[in-house]
Design a protein around this ligand. Structure first.
Ligand code: DX5
Ligand code: ZN
Length: 223
């Protein structure tokens, strides 16, 4: 099964509940929440308060992507805000095994993300403990960037790693996903697709989400 996770970083935040409703009706499976601190990435986005606001308006899993330094400090805040999964960056955490353990102790799914220049090999000793591997297909910090094709190779390597570990981890691709790149990512073996601007920066948010969801469904039906 493959899933669509619209990123609300690209949404009209002055109308968050309506934007979430639109993608929910269109068949979105998760809501991706991009948390940025202006240190780990050059941009500042939002924190637990917006996750809490999203929690109030949807039952969909909230997929919280922490692009922040020292994420350990904020895990409880995001769990209390309603996160269903918390993904930290391998590059931002010194004691990753301890952080992943802590996220799971808090009762939510644990994910680890790697930047475009970080090899999949850096995950080989943590992958068996995580529920999700997030492969960045853009340099983190902003929506609307160009897809980095090399990330497809990394998806395939992660598929191999999962097979070797006999793990059920999901592989998520994040950044520059649109109606073309999603097909390459599906073929590479991705399970979850984050899409921000290709959904929310369009004339018709619903239609854009339906289009991506149909591409995913077509592949699901072919499996
Ligand atoms: C980038 C974020 C992505 C981004 C996706 O740092 O992690 O989730 O918001 O936005 P698009 O789909 O516009 O590349
Ligand atoms: Zn993200």
């Amino acid at each position: 099964m493959a899933f669509l996770a619209p990123s609300i970083l690209a949404a009209d935040l002055s109308n968050l509940s309506q934007q979430i409703r639109l993608v929910e009706i269109a068949g979105a499976d998760w809501i991706h929440c991009d948390i940025m601190d202006g240190h780990f990435v050059p941009n500042l986005s939002f924190g637990p308060l917006v996750v809490k606001a999203a929690r109030k308006v949807t039952k969909l899993p909230l997929d919280v992507h922490l692009m922040i330094e020292n994420p350990d400090k904020y895990l409880e805040d995001f769990v209390n805000a309603g996160a269903n999964s918390i993904t930290v960056h391998q590059e931002a955490v010194i004691h990753l095994d301890r952080t992943i353990t802590r996220i799971k102790e808090l009762g939510v799914k644990a994910g680890v993300a790697i930047n475009p220049s970080t090899p999949v090999d850096f995950l080989k000793d943590i992958a068996e403990y995580v529920d999700l591997v997030l492969i960045m297909s853009v340099n983190p910090g902003f929506g609307g960037q160009r897809f980095i094709p090399n990330s497809l190779k990394k998806v395939k390597e992660t598929v191999e790693l999962r097979k070797k570990l006999k793990s059920k981890l999901l592989i998520e691709m994040d950044g520059g996903i649109d109606n073309k790149t999603i097909k390459a990512a599906l073929d590479a073996g991705c399970d979850v697709f984050v899409a921000g601007s290709s959904i929310f920066k369009t004339e018709n948010v619903s239609a854009a989400a339906v289009e991506l969801k149909n591409i995913i469904k077509e592949k699901n039906d072919r499996k």
